[in-house]
Design a protein around this ligand. Structure first.
Ligand code: ZN
Ligand code: ZN
Length: 261
């Protein structure tokens, strides 16, 4: 078999793997949407948003979160089997604490800010959605990170509507699934940017191809803005907030402004 034949076979293989990752993302996002809708419904079906209903809500939300994590983990197990060509080891996944009271707290906060109850409640409902959506992705990323299999790296694989920040940070190859998925699950998830961490096994790195394709699609649709600039000099994720009236010509203030966060 000549070198040209080998190249053709490798390309075919990569295309197959890319389709697998695409299918994985679609299914994971469908699961995330479903869990989000379930917790949102649980929250909105409450007759009121008061203390005495919080414990029941947390109980229900917690069951949905657990189920979404498990299903997300199962989807990841399926993908890992295909990519690694072997069954990942069974593991007990450990998850961090989740703020299941967030929909209540958000509603109360908005009320305290003077928002009318129907709007405050809808704001709380968006927090409920976030809990469900994050659970599915947390389950998948956690499983992807804990398989007992040797990985050579990981990619942050862009979703079709990835935010600018993810476009910047997805350019590089990461050493671990944890590092490839950083930022997701936090405040960043409010951007509805559902990128997925995918491990690299040996030479199987479909995330690289998929990211190039997504980037081209985002560029064609105008979704790529200051990204090229960002790759050369990543913007600090948060800039120091100066109190009004601060003398910005003061050398100490200048130093603060030049700090990288
Ligand atoms: Zn993003
Ligand atoms: Zn993202």
């Amino acid at each position: 078999m000549g070198a040209a034949d080998m190249a053709v076979i490798d390309l075919d293989r990569d295309a197959d793997l890319v389709s697998l990752v695409e299918a994985y993302q679609l299914r994971l996002n469908a699961l995330a949407d479903q869990a989000a809708a379930m917790i949102r419904d649980a929250f909105l079906s409450l007759p009121e948003v008061r203390d005495h209903l919080l414990a029941d809500f947390i109980k229900e939300a917690s069951m949905i979160v657990d189920a979404a994590r498990l299903e997300g983990a199962d989807l990841a197990t399926g993908l890992v089997m295909e990519l690694a060509g072997t069954m990942p080891k069974p593991v007990d996944l450990v998850f961090g604490a989740v703020d299941l009271d967030a929909p209540f707290l958000r509603t109360w906060h908005q009320l305290a800010e003077g928002q009318p109850f129907p709007d405050a409640r809808l704001s709380g409902a968006s927090e409920a959605e976030r809990l469900g959506s994050n659970a599915a992705h947390d389950g998948a990323n956690n499983r992807m990170a804990h398989t007992g299999l040797r990985v050579v790296g990981a990619r942050r694989v862009l979703s079709p509507n990835a935010c600018e920040w993810c476009q910047v940070v997805s350019v590089q190859r990461y050493r671990s699934v944890e590092s490839a998925s950083f930022g997701h699950g936090g405040a960043h998830n409010k951007k509805n940017c559902k990128c997925t961490a995918v491990a690299i096994y040996g030479k199987r790195d479909p995330g690289l191809t998929l990211n190039k394709r997504r980037y081209a699609e985002l560029k064609a649709s105008g979704g790529v803005k200051r990204v090229n600039e960002g790759i050369r000099a990543p913007k600090p994720s948060r800039s120091p907030q100066l109190p009004p009236g601060t003398d910005t010509t003061d050398p100490r203030v200048q130093r603060l402004l030049n700090l990288e966060f």
